[in-house]
Design a protein around this ligand. Structure first.
Ligand code: ATP
Ligand code: MG
Length: 344
């Protein structure tokens, strides 16, 4: 495919540091990709203007094929309008209903698990990204009284559940494990189960299983190698994807994609946040951002380049040519340079 155009939103904290390195890798593997950098979308601009993501920014993003994002969030901005204004606006306006997080152990030394036979995690957590418990629907009754009651609705729609489960089956290599809590949350649970059976019927070549979320969390730790694709609601997927990232060796190298499979548009970002505690110190691991770029390229007709990046990442981690969080001693820039050297 030719003519790929991406928007890049470096954001805050270590976001710009890791994104700069992802762009260096892009330059090495696919210099023809057109890059539009939105460097005014950050906490500094928000503090000055009160605007998080403008209509003009959104128009530029829509005009591109995909968005690569560093991180949004800054301790100096207390208003929740900032992160919500950027991330939730993008998620809802672009209908990015799939949050996809591969969890792959890059090297045995990074596993927190003692039993070597249990270490080889290589799965994808597919999290529903637009509904569930995170819609903000609800309210508080009898506030400031002893009878105060807070209600957050857990919303499942047939449209929302069936499309995310369908996506899980489409990307599966061998099996889809559907996770819910149908034994305790019956109405949404019944809908998830029905959508699961319908999708399984459409994909007879893919094996399938079901786990309650508590058992799924336990199994991700006790037997992570059994999973291929796990699909879950917004809240369950949020938690399970962090468990999977931890079992796979931590945040620094974990990539993610927020996708609308219907249009093919995606927002790709490292799983970690802005990590203000290490911003400016040069130790931020760039591999999460670089692996997110690889996901972007794989989804947009550059499978070979994506594969080459994955191989290069694995090889640098093997040789400990990486940042301290993965047992190396390199800086952000040196770790990316090591990936680029492997590519060459
Ligand atoms: P945010 O509010 O933007 O999510 P945060 O304070 O939650 O930021 P995270 O970015 O989620 O911070 O990271 C949690 C911790 O993990 C950080 O304090 C940092 O020490 C570590 N960390 C995160 N990302 C990286 C990275 N790329 N390289 C090394 N360490 C990291
Ligand atoms: Mg965080």
């Amino acid at each position: 495919m030719t003519g790929l155009r991406i928007t890049v939103l470096p954001g805050d904290g270590i976001g710009p540091e890791v994104v700069a390195q992802a762009l260096a890798v892009l330059d090495a593997v696919a210099p023809e990709v057109e890059v539009d950098v939105l460097d005014r979308v950050n906490a500094t601009t928000f503090a000055r203007t009160g605007a998080a993501l403008t209509d003009d920014d959104l128009a530029r993003i829509r005009a591109s094929d995909a968005l690569l994002l560093g991180a949004i969030g800054d301790p100096s901005v207390r208003s929740p309008d900032y992160a919500r204004g950027v991330l939730l606006r993008l998620r809802f306006e672009l209908d990015l209903y799939v949050n996809q997080r591969p969890a792959v152990l890059l090297h045995a030394r990074l596993s927190p698990l003692r039993d070597p036979a249990r270490r080889g995690i290589d799965c994808v957590i597919v999290r529903e990204n637009t509904e569930g418990a995170y819609t903000g629907i609800g309210g508080t009754l009898r506030k400031w009284t002893p009878h105060e009651t807070a209600i957050d609705a857990d919303v499942s729609t047939y449209h929302g559940v069936s499309r995310v489960i369908e996506h899980a089956f489409r990307i599966a290599r061998r099996e889809v494990c559907v996770v819910d809590k149908a034994n305790a949350v019956p109405f949404g649970g019944e809908l998830w189960q029905r959508c699961w059976r319908e999708a399984a019927g459409r994909h007879p070549g893919i094996a399938t299983s079901h786990l309650y979320v508590d058992v799924a969390a336990m199994t991700l730790v006790s037997d992570p190698t059994r999973f291929d694709v796990v699909v879950a609601s917004n809240a369950h997927g949020d938690i399970l994807s962090d468990v999977a990232a931890a079992v796979a060796g931590g945040l620094g190298a974990a990539p993610s994609a927020n996708l609308d499979p219907a249009t093919g548009f995606g927002l790709y970002e490292p799983v970690h946040g802005s990590a203000p505690d290490i911003a400016g110190t040069g130790v931020a691991n760039p591999l999460g951002a670089i692996a997110s770029l690889a996901m972007l390229l794989a989804d947009h007709g550059h499978e070979d380049q994506a594969q080459a990046i994955q191989t290069a990442i694995r090889s640098t981690v093997d040789k400990r040519r990486c940042t301290p969080d993965l047992g190396g001693a390199l800086t952000t820039e040196q770790a990316a340079a090591a990936v680029i050297a492997e590519l060459a």
